[in-house]
Write a protein that binds this ligand. Sequence first.
Ligand SMILES: [Zn+2]
Ligand SMILES: [Zn+2]
Length: 177
Amino acid sequence: MSAILPFFRYHPDPVASGSIREAAERCACCQRDRGWIYTATFYTALEVGGRFCPWCIADGSAAERFAGEFADSVGLDGVSEDVLHEVTRRTPGFRAWQDPHWLVHCQTAAAFVGEVGYAELAARPDALAQLRTEVRLHGWRDEAQLEQFLAHLGESATAMLFRCTVCGTHLAYVDAS
Ligand SMILES: [Zn+2]
Ligand SMILES: [Zn+2]
């Protein structure tokens, strides 16, 4: 019974990240119950009478029919028009405190891995190093305070982890309420 889900280059495991889950629910676009439903963000000015199945996300029909986007294009500077289109209109978004956005590496969109805390980040030193730099840029001068903040990620603030689709480097940004 379990259908193979479409592959999303910029969000390779939307079931693990929680953006897509198993549910007997009719898709607001194709009107079919495909056994899986999308649970995260969709931005549109139109009225949508429900949620979407992963297939209507993958083929772009949900975004086209409801003139909407799954993610904001903020942060996707310098990526090609095709990639921008794929990320915002044919890729499942994710839930976050702030408006979710994609990170860029090697001049293209990175793949969203999931929301993580300090333990997962510590296993990805590249992402942790990059996050440290980012937090410093945002004005954190006190190193002890900064390390304290990073060590508590997963509690009041979390990190959104990405992996570069070209070189495989991990990168992350901080999400907080
Ligand atoms: Zn559908
Ligand atoms: Zn890269």
